[in-house]
Design a binder for this molecule. Structure first.
Ligand SMILES: CC(C)(COP(=O)(O)OP(=O)(O)OC[C@H]1O[C@@H](n2cnc3c(N)ncnc32)[C@H](O)[C@@H]1OP(=O)(O)O)[C@@H](O)C(=O)NCCC(=O)NCCS
Length: 192
C-alpha cells in the first residue's frame, strides 16, 4: 500500500537530531521568521533543541501535534518542516503549518504538494472535520496557495503582528472536510 506521507517529489518523515543544525540555521533567518513567526526575532542554537525543557522537545512530545521533516524523494534533501497542531478529537479540528525553509525549493510547487499530503493525513487519518491556519497578510505566496487549496479567509486580525517597527494584518483561514472532498475526489478514487 502506498504511503500516505509520500508524493512523487516529497515525503514527510520524523525530524532527526541530524536535522537540527540546519533547522536552527533556517529559524535564525529573520527573513524567514517574518513569514512564519514575526514575534520570534531571535537567533536559534541547535543544542538548545536537545534540552528536555526546550520548546522544540515540548512540541515533539505533544500528543496533540504531529511534526514532520519534509524531504525530497529523489535525493533525500531536508527542505523544511510541516505540522498539524492543536489536534482536537472532540471538535475534530486542527491547525496546519508549513515552513518550506530551503529557499531553493520555494516557488516550484512543492508547497501545494506538501499541503495536500498533510491535509489528506488530517482528514483521512485523524478524521478531522476542519483545518485552520493563520497567515500574515503580506505573505502573498502563502495566501495564494491556501486559497488555491480551498481555504477561506474567515477572520481579518487587524494589526495583529508587529515586526521591524510596523504593525501588519493577519488572516485566519479554514477549510471544512466537505470542501476538501469536493476538490480532492480524485484522491479518494485513486486510493479506491
Ligand atoms: C508559502 C509556501 C508554503 C508556498 O509554497 P511554494 O511551493 O513556495 O509556493 P508555490 O510555488 O506552490 O506557489 C504558490 C502560489 O503562489 C503564487 N505566488 C508566488 N509568489 C507570489 C506573490 N509574490 N504574490 C502572489 N502570488 C504568488 C504562485 O504563482 C502560486 O500560484 P498558483 O497556485 O496559481 O500557481 C512556501 O514558499 C514557504 O513555506 N515559504 C516560507 C515559509 C512560509 O511562508 N510559510 C507559510 C507561513 S503561513
Amino acid at each position: 500500500m502506498p504511503s500516505i506521507l509520500k508524493s512523487d517529489r516529497i515525503r514527510l518523515t520524523a525530524i532527526t537530531n541530524d536535522d537540527l543544525p540546519q533547522y536552527a540555521t533556517w529559524l535564525s533567518d529573520f527573513g524567514l521568521q517574518r513569514l512564519v513567526n514575526p514575534g520570534m526575532s531571535m537567533p536559534h542554537d541547535a543544542d538548545d533543541y536537545l534540552k528536555p525543557d526546550s520548546w522544540f522537545q515540548a512540541d515533539l512530545k505533544n500528543e496533540k501535534s504531529r511534526m514532520f521533516a519534509i524531504r525530497t524523494v529523489q535525493d533525500d534533501v531536508f527542505i523544511g518542516t510541516c505540522a498539524l497542531i492543536n489536534l482536537n478529537m472532540f471538535t475534530h479540528c486542527a491547525e496546519i503549518g508549513i515552513n518550506l525553509a530551503h529557499p531553493d525549493y520555494r516557488g516550484k510547487g512543492y508547497g501545494g504538494e506538501i499541503m495536500e499530503l498533510l491535509m489528506r493525513y488530517g482528514f483521512e487519518q485523524f478524521n478531522l472535520n476542519r483545518i485552520n491556519l493563520g497567515v500574515m497578510g503580506f505573505n502573498k505566496r502563502a495566501l495564494r496557495l491556501y486559497e488555491r487549496l480551498g481555504f477561506k479567509r474567515e477572520v481579518v486580525e487587524r494589526e495583529i503582528f508587529f515586526h521591524d517597527g510596523s504593525y501588519f494584518d493577519g488572516f485566519l483561514m479554514g477549510i471544512l472536510r466537505t470542501e476538501w472532498e469536493e476538490n480532492h475526489v480524485y484522491v479518494t478514487h485513486q486510493r479506491g
